[in-house]
Ligand binder design. Structure first.
Ligand code: ATP
Ligand code: NMN
Length: 173
């Protein structure tokens, strides 16, 4: 039995993440999705709460054969102990999956095996691009699983990201 761990901010969970999960699912029996920066929400960079991101991931992965868990992970001021913070919050895992250089470094220093994946269609499949399209009323729906479209609508996510991205009367965001 092998359990993997894949961390991201998932703001929102998009088709690039989904393709990465697809790939990981061939290599492990169970997968923990770490919801990074779990305490952040209601901003242009991090619009969705940890709970909303749990809904996006759980509903997108409902038909998967492998067992998945979504675990919120809050940020720490101290990178040197972050890997053990993650391990203290997650079911035990043997392999960490990430393409983020800092995450890779911190897990490797903690003695955890790390695997990377290719970036899929990165011109479009990037959280920043999805959020910009949400703000500008563009086509963001084609970049995320259908379950994510439903969660964003259910939680009035478009109205929220557009409102928190406005500048105030003094031009401050
Ligand atoms: N299109 C993609 N293909 C493969 N991996 C991806 C893709 N997009 C993101 N990832 C990886 O998924 C993990 C989590 O990414 P993250 O949640 O930061 O998404 P992002 O698209 O990079 O978002 P943002 O633009 O908000 O920083 C990282 O390891 C990242 O490299
Ligand atoms: N010291 C810390 O709290 C620390 C260190 C490395 C990564 N992280 C988090 O892990 C996640 C990594 O995900 P991304 O690859 O999506 O950036 C982010 O939420 C990031 O804040 C936190």
């Amino acid at each position: 039995m092998t359990r993997g761990f894949y961390i991201g901010r998932f703001q929102p969970y998009h088709n690039g993440h989904h393709r990465m999960v697809d790939r990981i699912a061939n290599e492990v029996d169970e997968l923990v999705l770490g919801i990074g920066s779990a305490g952040d929400s209601h901003s242009r960079h991090d619009p969705f709460t940890a709970g909303e991101r749990i809904m996006m991931i759980t509903k997108s992965l409902v038909d998967y054969d492998i067992v998945t868990y979504a675990v919120p992970i809050e940020d720490l001021d101290r990178n040197s102990v972050w890997a053990s913070h993650v391990q203290s919050m997650s079911p035990y895992f043997e392999i960490a999956y990430s393409n983020n250089p800092l995450v890779i470094r911190l897990f490797e220093e903690a003695g955890v095996e790390v695997r990377q994946s290719p970036m899929f269609n990165r011109e479009e499949l990037e959280g920043t691009e999805v959020r910009e399209r949400m703000i500008e009323d563009g086509d963001w729906e084609s970049l995320v699983p259908e379950a994510v479209v439903n969660v964003v609508h259910e939680t009035n996510g478009i109205e929220r990201i557009q409102q928190v991205s406005e500048t105030d009367a003094n031009g401050v965001q």
